[in-house]
Design a protein around this ligand. Structure first.
Ligand SMILES: CC(C)(COP(=O)(O)OP(=O)(O)OC[C@H]1O[C@@H](n2cnc3c(N)ncnc32)[C@H](O)[C@@H]1OP(=O)(O)O)[C@@H](O)C(=O)NCCC(=O)NCCS
Length: 148
């Protein structure tokens, strides 16, 4: 996890991972990374974008390029951002995932996240019913505030 991804690399991987959904542009990644508490972990093949602020960390997106799946990259990337969030003082992490995304839900469960809420019909699905957003969270027991 030493080759930090550029906004351009994140945009390319995001586009490949989430197709045919609208990809986030490189400028959108740059803009997010310039906001307070936002950071990325991973590399060009797999990255996570996270915001850690006020004792909480939120996973904004995570993507593994389709050519690099099932090699443990997302698991490693999750571990890296959770560790970074803890070092920034987060004591809780949360994320949102579509109910019809079994790969991501399995990944998050494997990393210790549990379902804590739902937003019914949150994600539109052309030609079929909208899908719930599942909110998942986990405690970061070693979280220590670095701010006073
Ligand atoms: C979800 C995603 C990030 C997983 O990336 P990955 O690098 O392939 O994941 P890993 O190899 O680290 O897998 C870790 C664990 O996640 C789970 N998992 C990953 N892909 C899975 C799949 N297709 N089906 C079931 N479980 C899966 C497994 O528990 C896996 O452990 P195992 O390989 O020992 O069984 C990837 O599939 C992806 O980019 N999907 C499209 C984008 C996306 O949905 N992002 C999340 C939005 S909330």
């Amino acid at each position: 996890m030493t080759n930090a991804p550029t906004p351009e690399a994140m945009a390319a991987t995001h586009a490949a991972a989430f197709a045919p959904s609208r990809p986030w542009r490189a400028e959108e990644f740059s803009d997010l990374l310039a906001t307070p508490g936002c950071f990325a972990t991973g590399d060009a093949a797999c990255f996570a974008l996270v915001r850690a602020i006020a004792g909480e960390a939120e996973l904004l997106t995570i993507a593994t390029h389709p050519e690099h799946r099932r090699q443990g990259r997302a698991r490693a990337c999750m571990g890296a951002w959770l560790a970074e969030a803890m070092s920034r003082g987060a004591s809780r992490a949360f994320l949102e995932v579509a109910a019809d995304n079994p790969a991501a839900r399995a990944l998050y469960r494997a990393m210790g996240f549990a379902e804590t809420g739902r937003r019914p019909g949150y994600y539109p699905r052309p030609g079929r019913p909208a899908v719930d957003a599942v909110i998942m969270s986990c405690a970061l027991p070693q979280g220590q505030r670095t701010e006073t």
